[in-house]
Design a protein around this ligand. Sequence first.
Ligand SMILES: [Fe+2]
Ligand SMILES: [Fe+2]
Length: 475
Amino acid sequence: MLDPSQYETYQSLPPLAGLCSLQRAAESDWSLEESVARLKRLHYSFKRLHESLTARITGEPIYELKMAFSHHAYVLSEQVTLLRRRVGEMREPPLGLEDVPHAALERMHDQIDGATGDELLVGVYQVVLPELLAACERLQRDAHPLADAPTVRIARLMQFELTDVLEFGRQAIRCLIDARQQPNLEPWQEFLTKCLAAAGSIDGTAAPDGEIPEPYRAEQPVTFEKEPRRDERFIDPYNAGVNPEAFLYDPNFSARDKTLMMYYKRLRELDVPEMMASILVELKNEEPWEFHQEMSRQLWDEARHAMMGEVGFVSQGIDWRQIPINFTWSRNLNLQLDARERHGVLFFIEQGLMPRTGKRYEWEVAKESGDPLSALFQDFDWADEVLHAQIGRHWYVPRFASLNESLQYGDRCWTKVLSHWREYREQGLTEHRNWWPGLYEQACRIWGREPDPRALAFCETYEDSRADLQKLDGG
Ligand SMILES: [Fe+2]
Ligand SMILES: [Fe+2]
């Protein structure tokens, strides 16, 4: 008879493909049932947090948080996808992934959806995500390393990614919530902790302890804030006094000068996550998970494009806070169109970026400009936009009889959006100041070059045209 403790692998190679020791693999205290139950619990909380953060992107004024929520919502969407796939490998449909695993978890997430800004930060980054991280660690430890190796793998991946997400959250809380405010947030934290105790921890590994606490706030319907908000660094956001597309496509201007307009266009893309978030919120129950996953990726790409603009300006030594970063595109679309119409406009615009005059042109201009950072950013921006056009073909176009029809619909939707260019001026919201000459002169000083008089005189606005240079009738 073989003595298990004397068992040897070939020349003492690590056993079991390096997964674990023989002794650990011989333990039998795990089951498929247990694995599925834990994964479904995690799936519920990850998905709810993805929804919570997505719903905050538009109304969150602080730019750095807007970008972080875009990133973290994307990371969570990838994790939700890993979890759904793994449950699907172990169960036949219906998988029950849309079921609420415990009423206490539902109460907790419902209240996070209605939380104020500080409460959201504390709830997500100081309570729920650390619990999820701990649950991923438990899953790695408890799941059978050989029989349930695919589960162990995704638990490791999730833990790895969550560590960075949590680090951002810890720092954000330190920067934004001072010590005097912390005690005011204690009852909120206590409420969330009670929910977790009543649920038997986020993954169901503890014995349920205590009643489900009463809602922290009296039940009030959580309404999505569809009007984009920006922090105080964003001056004059109604200003549409400079039309960067008109400059970019004018052959009279130099590639070097055009890079400034491209950095502006990238940073202005901040309005795309603000708009896309509203599509995801409003179509939450109307589209399958895969729609949300792919659109969350696209949303995050648009946030990255905005940050590329930020980096571009900073690397040139230019303070972007002196430039009005317009938000009326997302504002008008969110307030005037429904989610399907907004998706139509998005697809129409992104499809229009594919011909030679679109993203390839921007990349060629950037390469010619002698600014290697602009070339790098435009190269990746172009690749991302190709992906976005594919996402549109996957989720938007099949709703129509043909590609052409889908484009016509998007074009019509965009045409019907009122830009309110003159009204904003009449209401005193902006003077549509031409900020370009000031920016351009400053850049020329930094570059040690004389400004091109024609470029300096550029003064086209958006008064009568939209961003694809199509003339608007009326206003
Ligand atoms: Fe983009
Ligand atoms: Fe895009």
